[in-house]
Design a protein around this ligand. Structure first.
Ligand SMILES: Nc1ncnc2c1ncn2[C@@H]1O[C@H](COP(=O)(O)OP(=O)(O)OP(=O)(O)O)[C@@H](O)[C@H]1O
Length: 314
């Protein structure tokens, strides 16, 4: 479905005196994979709960394809599938029974129920294990069962709260592939994550969330471009504070950070290749020894640090 799938206007959420969300505005286009990237406690779950109508914002409104998700929660939810963070599964029921229960709850007609459950179990590769108790599934299998459940009613939008939380690399890759497959089918995906590799690999656009505020919103590559063209990591012996000032004089250096024992030099777009010999000269003029020097592309961690002054996972 094209158009604006999810829209938040001025979402603020207070818990007592604590402001968990502060005036969040965003628009997610149909067919996008959109990520909310932020550390633990930054407000990601609170925001998706506001979007799904699970929690009423103190101020502001969210719309799912134009339907107000608080005023018209049931109608908005018909367009949504939700993968919650907690393992909200009936552990004593089998995988199949969990889905059948959900299908009945959402009034999936008897005629299509069995076929649809088979389809979603096939997609998440749990069909062979359908008759095992969900309590005996691994962490990755439980998350895949939740994904199957979210897909059961074939919703246009799937919202996932930390889709790969606590799963191993193999299960993570399987979930990532399933998310990309959903995008190929034209679904809109909103996910939360504090894992930069996940955000980078999956998301068309990201909103950086920190302490309840939306700090920046763009594609991963544009966000990285906003930081700079490259990052040089330099370590010298002995570490000398005044060196940072010398690097600041280079015209292709945008910012120098002294993260003793390392200096981090963020580079501007031009002339970045020429800078390494200049750095080496300055170091040797000061009679210091280079222990390490390397240049790399900015990461989403650098983006987070740049915009918030903190690391994503401090
Ligand atoms: N029901 C509540 N009552 C009081 N404070 C709450 C409540 N729910 C969330 N908070 C607080 O709001 C802030 C945002 O929490 P939230 O769960 O949205 O963060 P998050 O970014 O999803 O974190 P995580 O990555 O750990 O899931 C936190 O400081 C949390 O303690």
């Amino acid at each position: 479905m094209c158009g604006i799938a999810i829209k938040c206007i001025g979402i603020t959420k207070n818990f007592g005196n604590f402001k968990a969300l502060d005036n969040i505005n965003l628009e997610i286009q149909g067919g996008e994979i959109f990520g909310l990237l932020g550390p633990n406690g930054s407000g990601k779950t609170t925001l998706i709960n506001s979007i799904t109508g699970l929690s009423r914002p103190t101020q502001g409104n969210s719309y799912i394809y134009g339907i107000d998700s608080v005023a018209n929660t049931n109608k908005a939810r018909e367009l949504l599938g939700m993968v919650p963070q907690e393992t909200a599964i009936y552990m004593k029921l089998t995988g199949y029974e969990n889905l059948a229960f959900h299908a009945d709850y959402y009034n999936v007609s008897k005629k299509v129920k069995e076929q649809r459950i088979k389809e979603v179990l096939d997609i998440v590769q749990l069909y062979d294990r359908r008759n095992d108790r969900a309590g005996n599934y691994s962490g990755g299998m439980k998350r895949r069962l939740l994904l199957a459940r979210a897909m059961l009613t074939n919703p246009n939008i799937i919202i996932m709260d930390e889709p790969t939380l606590g799963v191993d690399v193999q299960a993570r890759n399987a979930i990532w592939n399933q998310i990309l497959e959903l995008k190929m089918q034209g679904k809109t995906i909103l996910l939360t994550t504090n894992v930069m590799e996940e955000a980078e690999y999956l998301c068309d656009r990201l909103a950086i969330i920190d302490r309840g505020k939306l700090i920046e919103m763009d594609t991963p590559s544009n966000l990285k471009e906003k930081v700079g063209e490259g990052i040089i990591e330099l370590e010298v012996s002995p570490h000398q504070k005044s060196l940072a000032e010398s690097f600041n004089c280079f015209k292709s250096v945008k910012k120098v950070e002294d993260k003793n024992p390392q200096y981090l030099l963020t580079l501007l777009n031009e002339e970045k290749e020429d800078i390494i010999p200049d750095i080496i000269s300055v170091v040797s003029e000061n009679n210091l020894k280079i222990l390490k020097i390397s240049m790399r592309e900015p990461s989403l961690n650098d983006v987070f640090l740049h915009f918030t002054g903190r690391k994503l996972r401090d």
